[in-house]
Design a protein around this ligand. Structure first.
Ligand code: SF4
Length: 244
């Protein structure tokens, strides 16, 4: 509390210390002096050269079934960096992938996808209203990018995934609307339903945010695989028999 230059930290009646995010400037002074190591910095600034050097020393990346996947957050938020990094690996014919929402202007998408072997793209809702309500952004750009991706990059593998949130986007109507739209996406290679998990809960807690889906229960995996295959069939994709 003494080290905070903006007085963002204060002690509550029960003795616990609270941070006022409206005045915190993320200067990280408190992280340096916290004896209990209660605060952490996630992430760091690196150059493309530094990160390339670190990954280059990972033997798994260089196995015949290995490769490099850039995930997030959102890789397209740092499109220049990700494009430069993946381009380095492509010069060695290494498999390269991104996990993305595709929520970005096409120029940013194209810049990165040009250096990808595989794109995993999220499709959380077909309904624009629901997408806006639950993610805070419109999904028109996502749909446009999906329709455009394989037209411009036919050699890139495209797998669309829906992270299933029980009671939010798992109704038959919503999933069928997603499937009907994806049936129109040129060159779609596969579609996957991702079971719900609450791995984000600790991060929300550390940021002082409410994790509103903490009490939702993950779906039965076999049931999800059955639904997934039904949707694949609706899209004209190959049905998988050994999916768990
Ligand atoms: S990061 Fe810590 S020290 Fe810096 S303003 Fe925020 S609470 Fe204060």
């Amino acid at each position: 509390m003494q080290n905070c230059p903006t007085k963002a930290l204060s002690r509550a009646e029960d003795g616990s210390i609270h941070r006022d995010n409206t005045v915190c400037t993320l200067c990280m002074q408190c992280v340096k002096v916290c004896y209990a190591k209660a605060m952490h910095v996630y992430g760091e600034d690196v150059t493309v050269d530094e990160l390339y050097g670190r990954i280059r020393n990972q033997p798994l990346a260089w196995r015949s079934d290995g490769g490099v996947t850039v995930s997030g957050g959102e890789p397209l938020m740092q499109a220049d960096f990700v494009a430069a990094l993946l381009a380095r690996f492509r010069t060695y014919s290494l498999h390269t992938a991104i996990e993305t929402t595709l929520y970005a202007p096409w120029e940013q998408v194209a810049k990165v996808v040009e250096h990808c072997s595989l794109v995993y793209a999220d499709m959380k809702f077909f309904s624009a209203d629901k997408h806006m309500r639950y993610t805070g952004v419109d999904n028109r750009q996502i749909k446009e990018n999906l329709l455009r991706l394989k037209r411009q990059f036919p050699e890139v593998e495209l797998i669309v995934r829906t992270p299933v949130i029980p009671g939010i986007n798992d109704s038959p109507e919503e999933l069928q609307a997603i499937a009907d739209f994806l049936a129109t996406v040129p060159g779609l290679d596969d579609y996957e339903l991702l079971p719900f998990h609450a791995f984000g809960a600790p991060k929300y807690e550390q940021l002082g945010l409410t994790y509103e889906v903490a009490n939702l229960k993950a779906q039965d995996k076999e049931e999800l695989a059955r639904i997934n295959n039904g949707l694949r069939e609706r899209m004209g994709l190959t049905v998988k028999t050994n999916e768990k």
